[in-house]
Design a protein. Sequence first.
Length: 255
Amino acid sequence: MKFCRLLSITAGLALTMPGTSLDAQQGAAKKKAAPRGPAVAELEEAGFQPIFDGASMKGWDCDPDFWRVENGEIIGETRADHQPPQNIFCIWKGGSPADFEIKMQYKLTGETGNSGLQYRSIELPNVARWVMKGYQADIDGRQQYTGQVYEERGRGFVALRGQIVYVGDGKKPGSIGSLGDDAQLKSLIKTDDWNDLHVIARGNTLIQLINGRVMSIVVDDDKANRKMDGEIGIQLHKTAAAMKIESRNIRLKTF
C-alpha cells in the first residue's frame, strides 16, 4: 500500500513540477525530432536500350495467329472461340540476359485475362513452340496476382504481392518480410489502363515494381531450380474468354 501511495506522489510531482508538464514533455519531444536529411532525388533513367522498334516484330518470335504490331505496341489477343492450345509467349530473341533491368508499359483488357513478363526463362520445344519455363512478373485482369513472382512450369507461386521471400537451397519459398498491405498495393495498379512495369534481376535477387512501387522481392538460393539468365517473353494465357495484352516502350539495361 505504501508503495502504491509513493508511486502516486511521484507521478503527481512529475506532472506538477516546472518544465515537466505534459505539454512541456511533448514540446521537448518535438524539439528532438530532427529532419532526416535532404530527400534522395529520383534516379534519371540511363543505359536502357529499346528491344522493340514499335513498328515490326523484328527480333521477336511470336505466333502470328495471336500476336501483331499495331500503334507502336506488341498486341496479343484471343477470343472465346480462338484460344492457343496452352499458354504461349511472344519471345525476344536478342539474347539471354543475366543481370539486367527491364522496363515496359502494359495494358491488359478482359476481366479474366492473364499475362505476364517472362524473364530468365527457357523455351520448351518438347511441349510446343512458343512455350516457356521460368520467372514471371505476373499480370491478371482482376489484380489478384498482378505484381507477384510466379515461376511458369516450375515452382509456381514464389512471392505474392507485398512479400519479401527467401528460397533456401532445396527448400520451399519462405516469407521474411513485408512490402506493405496487399489491398493498398493493389490500389496502385490500373485496370484496363496503362501501367509501368519494372523488373530488376541482379545475382540471386529479383525485384518487381509496378507504377514505381515495389510489389515483390525474391532472394533465390535454390541452386537446382533457380535460373541465373535466360530469355524474355510476354505471356498470352489460355483462358475461357477474350483478352488482350498490349505492350510498348520495352527497354532493357544489362550489366
